[in-house]
Design a protein around this ligand. Sequence first.
Ligand code: NCD
Ligand code: ZN
Length: 348
Amino acid sequence: MQKFTIRRPDDWHLHLRDGAVLEGVVGDTSRHFARAIIMPNLVPPVVTTADAAAYRERIVKALPAGDRFQPLMTLYLTEHTDPDDVEEGKKSGLITAVKLYPAGATTNSHGGVRNMDKAMPVLERMAKIGLPLCVHGEVTSPDVDIFDREAVFIETVLDPLRQRLPELKVTMEHVTTSDGIDYIKSAKANLAGSITTHHLIINRNAILVGGIRPHYYCLPVAKRESHRLALRAAATSGDARFFLGTDSAPHVDPLKECACGCAGIYTSVNTMSCLAHVFEQEGALDKLEAFTSLNGPAWYGLPVNEDRITLIRRAESVAFPDKIETGAGAITVFDPMFPLHWDVESNH
Ligand code: NCD
Ligand code: ZN
C-alpha cells in the first residue's frame, strides 16, 4: 500500500503545557489531530472545572489560525477534589475525564493521590455519572523497582479499585508492559488502555546503551523488548480496547540534558509517520485507523471524526526537524532511529 486514507486521528493522552511552550507545540498536534485529551499536570495543576475552562481558552487562543482542533479537558484528581464540581464539569461538556496521578509518580504529580480512600467519594460519583478515570499506572514506593512499578500498581491499586467500583470506567494510560496488556484483555468491561508511539518503537536499551540518552527517557520508563513486542501486538491487533495516546510530553532541552533530567518524549511532530512505519512492519496498515481514529472515540462515547487524512509512502525519507524552537527554548523531537517514509499528504 503506497497511499491510503483514514479518518482524522485523535490523541487520547497529550501534554500541551502552558505559555510559550503551549504556543510552540500546539500546532504540531492540531496539524493532524482533530482532538486530544489534555493532561492537567501544569504548575499549579488543573484541579477545578474553572481551572479547566481557563486552560481550554488558553489552548484555543494558541491554535494556529484555521485549525479546528478540539481540546478535551481533564481534571487532576486530588484528595480534596469536590464531586459536585466534577459533575458540573461533565454536565457542561467541558470535562472528558479525571486523571489519577499517584503522588510523586511523574512530572508535577506531588499534589496527586496518596490515599485512595480519600478519593473514593469522587470516584463513586464518576462511576455514577459515567465519567472515565485516566490512570498513570505506577506505584511510587521507593522499595519497588522502577521496571516493576506498573505490574505492582495493577495488583495493589488498580485491581482492588476496580473490584470495589466495577462500574467505574478506567483508562490505563501509556501501558508499557505485557502485564498491562494482559490485564486489560482479561477485564470483562470498563477497562481500556492507551499506548504511546514511542513505546511501540523503543525498549530500555535506547535509554542506556552506548551512553545515557535523556531524550528517550519518559515515564513509565520503556521496558525490555518482550514488553515492546506485546504492545505492538496489542496496538496492531484492531482490538477495540487499545488506542493511541501519544503522551507527547515536551520539555525544553536544558531540562532534559542535565544531571536530573525530566521525563517526557516529544512525538507530536512525527507520530503519524512513526505509527504508519510500525503498522507497516507488522503487516497491519489496515488496523491503523482503528488504533488512531476509531477505538478511542468508541471508548469515550464520542463521534468519530468525519474528515480524513491521507498517508503516502515516499521513496525518499521524509525529513523532520531534530528540534523545534519555542519562545521558551528548543525542544528535541523524538528520533525513531530509522528513516521515516510515510508522510501525511493532505488535509481534507
Ligand atoms: C509526563 C510529563 O512530562 O508531564 N512525562 C512523561 O514522561 N510521560 C508525565 C507523564 O505522563 O507521566
Ligand atoms: Zn503523560
